[in-house]
Design a binder for this molecule. Structure first.
Ligand code: BGC
Length: 804
């Protein structure tokens, strides 16, 4: 842990105020409940070079247009909504406390993950030398999604007299959390009304200018200990409404102030009006301690569902807690009821503008076996945007559904046309929308969800339709080359974003990206399987509604066997003519720049381009070995008419590993996974790096702009599926453990086929599955080469052969 940071089992503690680290701490101390999230900024602060208080609502976007160098640049942002948090104080007519370093004598912040509480203890001194102790606790309620609360205890240490406490709601906030976006429009709130309602509740109503969503933030501020206030006054200014409470204080007398906020929007169900709902909720909410108690009970349930114990690896275990905490705060049953997807950077900051990428590929498999209803809600985000994806395919001249690389409110392509290279200061064209493979991630998740849950009703209602439309797109995008006698997909990008064009070509896009083609083959085959699994009646309905031609499934099958995969130097090529690219002098670059994760920026700043070299930002071909176990991958290649044996995979792994810069946090997760069976030591090193990604902010300052949700979930999935070798094959839960040295024994819980709290225990010597007592049907389990049926209330344990 860096200096000043301590992480015991359940609490992350920061000692001292460090302006350099504040952004990172605010992101890692964000609290949320899947509906609402608030960064861990101190309540007395405003957005400036050090602090960034931001509050976001899942799925709430607004778009705006900026004129940039004569072009209209349109962006859609996850909206930073009015700040409910502001609370400060002043001693005896001194200045209001604003959180500046020179005011702070002592400062500790603690994130208690077990109970979902962020607390702070500071001693602050004003210009007159008056010292006041501040203790605060806050929560964003897990059961009541609209409620957040802040309890503040103030004590005059060396003075007596009048203390004034100011609690406000601030509608003057903007989306200014990412320095690189400066100069682009950042105003997403039009203030409508500020007023006081009954029982001293203040309320501020704003509306997003383009998406026209009304947002109401109400706050009730009460003095609960410290005697009656001498004065309570409500005020407003241009952008805020507040309550000032004056109270006499003296050393030894504590003043406790409780602020309970309620946030509603015009999109919320079961309300008449968001202002009225917010005022009512804030007025009626219980006091802080009672809210904290119900919140903690719910956390206890969630922790049990996502239980993961790593005996003997305490540091890794602590990080898994932090990552679990943030995933569970971002994606909850509340999210599932909303129309929201998986934001790549959580609800923790404004990087990538809150957009939804393929990152759900790393998140849903983890949720499928713990919170399947959340997975299903997130899949519905895609289903609802099937119309937009069909339109996008149609407009581009194709059949089926073409999902956007970056998705926001309505499912249109949100990838910006240009992005800034901070290293060169140049705005560059962004071609990453050519990552058409995102559709395959949606399809893969549909199938994984179905496999993990056996939810045939889902497949029939929505899943099959998604698979069919994505398959149709691939079948149409792939064009037959009579000379090669293969189908080709041309002009796309793979996951490796360092390659968006051939260095010799005028147009962006690459041909025959192996990841894209093999995934397309898998989707085409799987769509056919899904159709076969539907009841005949439903299959006929769907075929009629989607105007499925008689020969279409046969055509998918044909294309799925004939897509092209290229090879060079005895390895699988990332794309056609990859082998014609130059080798980079890695040592020279490492020596010159030290950290070369963002080689793309370095090379562009030098007037060069990564397109010229055999360099990857992240796993591309190797993603296939991440998504499919070796024997399944071999089967997929065999259907395509290629052999993919262990040696080829091994050579391919080593080849790309030497040429990957790991410029995405997803890269270490994937490499840890794919090396689990061939190089356990290297896998352990990548695990270590993946676990450090957000805790140590390894990508150099990006975590402050939002956590990396995909990498966080990917780490947990690696520990609970990758290393245990866990899969659901048809109706059998399969375990084939391969733990790296230093990891294990490990124990975790699952929800599987109606069984809650299924306990899986894996050591280097044995693996077991235990079901709790109940009426549920037995399950089939395969561990290594042994297969059996496990009944409710029993345990099945298998000794594992020693590994080399
Ligand atoms: C990665 C993408 C990822 C995106 C959002 C990029 O840096 O290259 O694979 O989807 O970040 O997390």
């Amino acid at each position: 842990m860096p200096p000043g940071v301590e992480h015991d089992g359940w609490t992350l503690r920061y000692a001292g105020f460090d302006p350099q680290q504040e952004g990172l701490r605010e992101a890692l101390c964000a609290l949320g409940n899947g509906y609402l999230a608030t960064r861990g900024a101190a309540p007395e602060t405003q957005a400036d070079a050090v602090h960034y208080p931001g509050t976001y609502l899942a799925g709430l976007y607004d778009r705006s247009v900026t004129r940039l160098a004569g072009h209209a640049v349109e962006n859609e942002d996850l909206v930073n909504i009015p700040n409910w948090l502001p609370l400060t104080f002043r001693a005896q007519d001194g200045d209001w406390f604003t959180g500046r370093a020179q005011e702070i004598v002592e400062h500790t912040v603690a994130l208690d993950m077990r109970h979902g509480i962020l607390s702070r203890h500071s001693r602050v001194r004003n210009a007159a030398g008056r010292i006041t102790a501040v203790r605060q606790k806050r929560l964003v309620h897990l059961v009541f999604p609209h409620i957040a609360a802040l309890q503040t205890t103030l004590e005059a240490e060396n003075w007596s007299g009048g203390l004034e406490v100011r609690s406000a709601v601030d509608g003057g906030v903007r989306n200014t959390g990412v320095a690189r976006y400066q100069g682009l429009a950042d105003c997403h709130l039009a203030l409508r009304r500020k007023h006081t309602a009954d029982a001293g509740v203040i309320v501020l109503e704003a509306e997003t200018p383009a998406s026209r969503v009304r947002i109401a933030t109400a706050a009730r501020t009460r003095l609960t200990t410290g005697g009656p206030p001498s004065e309570v006054r409500t005020w407003t200014d241009a952008t805020r409404i507040g309550t000032d409470i004056a109270v006499p204080v003296a050393p030894g007398r504590r003043v406790v102030v409780e602020k309970v906020a309620a946030v509603y929007t015009g999109r919320d169900p079961a309300i008449g009006d968001p202002v009225q709902a917010a005022v009512q909720s804030a007025g009626e909410a219980a006091d802080f301690e009672e809210l904290a108690a119900s919140h903690a009970r719910h956390w206890a349930e969630l922790w049990s569902r996502c239980h993961l114990d790593l005996e003997g690896a305490p540091e890794t275990e602590r990080t898994t807690r932090l990552y679990t905490f943030h995933i569970l705060q971002t994606l909850t049953t509340h999210t599932a009821e909303l129309d929201a997807g998986v934001p790549a950077r959580g609800l923790h900051g404004e990087a990538y503008r809150g957009h939804v990428f393929w990152d759900e590929l790393f998140v849903l498999p983890y949720l499928n076996l713990r919170l399947p209803e959340v997975s299903r809600g997130l899949l519905r985000y895609r289903y609802r945007r099937l119309g937009a994806a069909r339109r996008a395919a149609h407009d581009a001249g194709y059949q089926g559904a073409m999902f956007p690389w970056q998705s926001g409110s309505d499912g249109r392509e949100e990838t910006p046309a240009v992005h800034l290279n901070p290293q060169s200061g140049r705005w560059l064209p962004d071609h990453s929308h050519l990552q058409r493979h995102v559709g395959s991630a949606v399809a893969y998740n549909v199938w994984q969800y179905f496999q993990a849950t056996g939810d045939h009703a889902y497949l029939a209602a929505e899943g099959a339709e998604l698979l069919i439309e994505i398959a149709r797109f691939w079948a149409d995008l792939a064009r037959y080359d009579p000379v090669l006698r293969r189908y080709r997909i041309r002009g796309v990008m793979g996951p490796d974003e360092y390659h968006d064009a051939y260095p010799w070509a005028a147009e962006p896009g690459l041909d025959d990206n192996t990841y894209t083609n093999v995934m397309a083959s898998w989707v085409l085959h799987t769509a056919g399987r899904a159709l076969d699994l539907l009841p005949a009646y439903r299959r006929a309905e769907l075929a009629d509604r989607l105007r499925l031609g008689n020969g279409e499934p046969a055509h998918w099958d044909h294309v799925s066997r004939k897509l092209r995969v290229c090879f060079h130097d005895d390895v699988i090529s990332q794309f056609h003519r990859y082998g014609d690219l130059a080798e980079l002098d890695w040592d020279a670059y490492r020596e010159r720049y030290g950290d070369i994760r963002r080689l793309d920026r370095i090379l562009e700043a030098e007037g060069d381009t990564p397109n010229r070299y055999r360099v990857s930002k992240q796993a591309d071909v190797l993603m296939l070995a991440y998504l499919f176990p070796p024997d399944e991958l071999a089967r997929i290649f065999a259907r395509l008419g290629y052999a993919c044996d262990h040696d080829l995979l091994d050579r391919t792994m080593r080849y790309y590993l030497q040429r990957t810069a790991h410029g995405s946090t997803l890269s270490a997760v994937v490499h840890a996974w794919v090396l689990a069976r061939s190089d356990r030591a290297a896998s352990g090193r990548f695990l270590h790096e993946a676990m450090a990604a957000d805790v140590h902010d390894v990508q150099g300052g990006t975590t402050a702009e939002g956590i990396h949700l995909g990498a966080m979930a990917g780490c947990l999935d690696l520990l609970t599926r990758g290393y245990p070798g866990m899969e659901v094959q048809e109706d059998t839960l399969v375990l084939d453990p391969a733990l790296p040295a230093g990891i294990g024994p490990l124990e975790f819980h699952l929800r599987y086929r109606g069984h809650w709290g299924v306990r899986v225990h894996i050591s280097h010597r044995a693996a077991s599955v235990s079901l709790r007592p109940g009426q549920q049907a037995p399950i089939r389990v395969r561990i290594g080469s042994g297969e059996g049926t496990v009944e409710a209330g029993s345990t099945w344990r298998v000794a594992l052969p020693p590994r080399a």
